[in-house]
Write a new protein. Structure first.
Length: 317
């Protein structure tokens, strides 16, 4: 028997009243299934409906029409919310409390107590690398430390679904790397849990996710595995040559983008078949091959080709 989806969104629309006679459709007939045990990224430019979708999943907003199920339960029900661990984009805690006290406080709200609560708090502080700061007041925490404490709080009752809203928002490069490592560790240690997170940064999604959903103007434009998106992209190669004659260049590398480098002249070649042909032609010349490297096929390019109307400036790489 197959495992049911962790999130099931069926024909969901959300309309907001903007004035007495006007309204805005933030989410438009959205259908989406998030499998259990996967890391899935939610992408989209500002105003695409990402935040509205997350709020409806969390039960903060009620859809105008349609249905959302969390592990088979309607999202607006209390039981469904107990399945979710949530990281908001900008988490806030009582500044006069320590990290340890905050986790114990939320743990008690979730029904934990005694030795079980103490052990859970200690293990989570260790997991998010805050054991050394557990007895410090959170008013002295950095942005990254606050984010990690909020992740620890979201994990207290070991929920089957984790929803992270822009987990890398506002972090410096080192903080982003630490956050990526932490998310990978969480999923490795809890392979049955589902992580659904929103982001503007394609690099983070590409490094962390198995699949990606792209929203634009409230509609689902793409939902596919990252592997399938990237594998459909034609592989490109850069070949650097020395001693290539003008005649050979015009015959072999016609219409190939080129640039002059210190190591020689570089040409960009599309596809393995073209590369094989180029190499066979070079065998009869005096040109010296300095290097051949494959260009990494990026999610940004794949999404752009999969969505004709998407501007490259709308989602950051």
């Amino acid at each position: 028997m197959s495992t049911p989806p962790c999130i099931t969104i069926t024909e969901v629309t959300k309309v907001f009243k903007t004035s007495l006679l006007k309204s805005k459709k933030a989410v438009d007939n959205l259908n989406l299934e998030i499998p259990a045990g996967e890391v899935v990224g939610l992408l989209g430019p500002n105003g695409s409906g990402k935040s509205t979708t997350l709020k409806m999943i969390l039960g903060f907003l009620k859809p105008t029409s349609g249905e959302i199920l969390i592990c088979g339960q309607p999202a607006e029900q209390r039981l469904a919310r107990s399945f979710i661990g949530y990281l908001p984009e900008n988490p806030r805690f009582q500044k006069f409390l320590t990290g340890n006290e905050i986790l114990r406080y939320y743990g008690k709200l979730l029904g934990l107590s005694g030795t079980a609560l103490s052990k859970r708090t200690e293990s989570l502080l260790d997991l998010v690398n805050l054991k050394h700061a557990g007895d410090e007041r959170v008013q002295g925490y950095s942005k990254g430390m606050t984010q990690r404490l909020a992740i620890a709080q979201s994990l207290l009752n070991t929920p089957p679904l984790l929803i992270f809203d822009e987990p890398m928002s506002g972090l410096d490069p080192i903080g982003r790397i630490e956050m990526r490592t932490l998310i990978n560790t969480i999923h490795t240690e809890n392979p049955k849990s589902t992580l659904f997170f929103s982001s503007h940064v394609l690099e983070d999604v590409e490094n962390l996710c198995k699949s990606v959903a792209l929203l634009q103007k409230g509609k689902l434009k793409t939902y596919a595995s990252i592997e399938s998106l990237i594998s459909n992209e034609q592989q490109s190669y850069d070949i650097i040559l020395k001693n290539l004659t003008p005649d050979a260049e015009s015959q072999i590398f016609k219409q190939c983008p080129s640039k002059i480098l210190a190591a020689g002249k570089s040409f960009s070649i599309k596809g393995p078949e073209k590369l094989t042909w180029v190499l066979s032609q070079l065998m009869g010349s005096n040109a010296k091959i300095v290097s051949i490297t494959g260009q990494r096929r990026q999610l940004e390019e794949a999404l752009f080709r999969a969505n004709d109307g998407l501007s490259t400036g709308e989602v950051r790489a």
